[in-house]
Design a binder for this molecule. Structure first.
Ligand code: ADP
Ligand code: MG
Length: 470
């Protein structure tokens, strides 16, 4: 946003003038009807010590404005009043009772505190952020599928913790840019606010560290470390499913960070409400801020990504070839990049120019490579990883419900994704015979029709296998 970032106004200014300045920016950023409905009725009351008190018609007004225009107001206040600026809403003439009106509302809802320094300790400079500096906004291509997620990400990077996008929850299929986008936020914040403590980690790392800390009797240290962050980015939060103790601890960390307006950023393969096995209180918190999805890229976006990538490799590839790749590799961006890299590899390994023929051959390799690389053991390992089951147990006589189900799903996917015979598949699962495999196949297929969760789980495992093998 093109707002003045200098502290331009002195504390003794007339509230009317301050509010007028605010309105100018607000008006430029909203449709006129919205502006007239929600902002014209507001009256400035006082301005003292960087606190602007304004009067609104009723409580609903506050809630509406806070829910829909908080980001804008935060920025406006910051640009007009400067660091430490605050806005207080007061209903009608009840100026003195401003806080008692919101008995059961958190004060933060009525008091927008922009003093970013308050309560923040000086950051340790040596906190390892784990960020990959290559993931930036600059090289993140904007497309229809990621528009909202990207816009929100940029807004968060400008004002971490104080936009209403907290937590910021990005979800979508594999290889669609979730990790890239959330790391771009982290990198941008690190660049803009070098003193902020930013950390990125996968849910798996978080879980492993937590388990280690239990063993080392250092759970407090572990949790205090994360509670001291300004920006916490956790990738693939769906892997907390089924890990109740880790969920409990994460819940505490979440609350502390959120209360102190620290930014929380999460990614997941599905929206919060579909995270079966995640505690309800976490699911509800995941929905507190902004949930945005990333969708597979359309043709134009795929072209733009290919062009950008090839340029970053310093090579020129004809549009004809890029179009061919973009038309044939459609489901995810990681595959798209993989194809380009393989094309380059093919060209340099064989000392050939990048020709249309070579591109065709490479695309074909990628498509056929998929079916040959996927084998039964690989399928079993992905199924076990996703369902949190020990791989060996699939080969044992174990009849525990979750193990039996994992075994059946692994058999089902082996039949679907490979050309191996029922007999061979049975042999991989502890020497079961072919009728067991048929039974498993039919049973999973039937249950998938009846049970949405199961269908989604199986489909997501399938996608994962296909992408990993891609
Ligand atoms: P996810 O976390 O959703 O599985 P990633 O963020 O790992 O996906 O993205 C996979 C690859 O695709 C990465 O190399 C990333 O840089 C690239 N990528 C994804 N989305 C975009 C985009 N919009 N523009 C450029 N590159 C992208
Ligand atoms: Mg990822």
């Amino acid at each position: 946003m093109e707002v003045l970032l200098e502290n331009s106004v002195q504390p003794s200014f007339d509230p009317k003038n301050i509010w007028k300045e605010c309105l100018k920016i607000i008006k430029d950023n909203l449709p006129l009807i919205t502006y007239n409905t929600w902002f014209i009725p507001i009256k400035p009351l006082s301005f003292e010590n960087k606190v602007l008190k304004i009067e609104v018609p009723n409580n609903f007004f506050i809630e509406w404005i806070d829910e829909h225009y908080k980001v804008l107001i935060d920025r406006v206040i910051y640009s007009v009043i400067g660091e430490g600026g605050k806005i207080i809403y007061v209903i009608n003439k009840e100026k003195e009772d401003q806080l008692s009106i919101f008995d059961d509302e958190p004060i933060s809802q009525t008091l927008i505190n922009l003093d970013k320094k308050s309560g923040v300790q000086k950051a340790d400079t040596n906190v390892e952020s784990n960020l990959n500096p290559q993931y930036t906004f600059f090289n993140f291509i904007k497309g229809e599928g990621n528009q909202l997620a990207r816009a929100a990400a940029v807004a968060i990077a400008e004002n971490p913790g104080i936009t209403s996008f907290n937590p910021f929850f990005v979800y979508g299929g594999v290889g669609l840019g979730k990790t890239h986008l959330v790391q771009a936020i982290g990198n941008e914040i690190t660049r803009k606010f070098p003193s902020k403590k930013v950390i990125y980690l996968s849910t798996d790392t978080f879980t492993v560290e937590f388990v280690d800390s239990i063993q080392a009797n250092k759970v407090n240290e572990f949790s205090n470390f994360y509670k001291s962050m300004d920006v916490l980015i956790i990738d693939d939060i769906q892997f907390l499913i089924g890990k109740e103790r880790t969920q409990d601890l994460f819940f505490q960390i979440f609350n502390i960070l959120h209360q102190s307006q620290k930014q929380i950023i999460l990614t997941s393969d599905k929206p919060p409400k579909d995270l079966n096995g995640m505690s309800e209180r976490l699911i509800s918190r995941f929905q507190w801020g902004l949930t945005a999805d990333v969708q597979p890229p359309d043709f134009e976006t795929r072209m733009a990504i290919l062009k950008n990538k090839s340029a970053s490799f310093g090579i020129e590839i004809s549009s004809e070839i890029l179009e061919y790749i973009a038309a044939n590799i459609t489901s995810n961006i990681r595959e798209l990049e993989g194809c380009l890299i393989r094309l380059l590899a093919n060209s340099s390994l064989n000392s050939m120019n990048i020709t249309f023929e070579l591109a065709k051959k490479t695309v074909k390799e990628i498509s056929t490579g998929k079916t040959t690389k996927v084998n039964i053991d690989f399928i079993a390992s992905v199924v076990c990883e996703v369902l949190g089951v020990d791989e060996n147990s699939l080969r044992e006589k174990n009849r525990k419900k979750e193990i039996a189900l994992a075994r059946q799903i692994a058999m089902y996917l082996s039949k679907k994704l490979t050309n191996f015979s029922l007999k061979t598949i049975g042999l991989h699962f502890g020497g079961r015979d072919h009728s067991t495999v048929i039974h498993a196949f039919n049973s999973v297929e039937k249950q998938m029709k009846l049970d949405d969760n199961l269908r989604e789980t199986v489909n997501s495992i399938k996608t994962k296998i296909e992408v990993m093998a891609g």
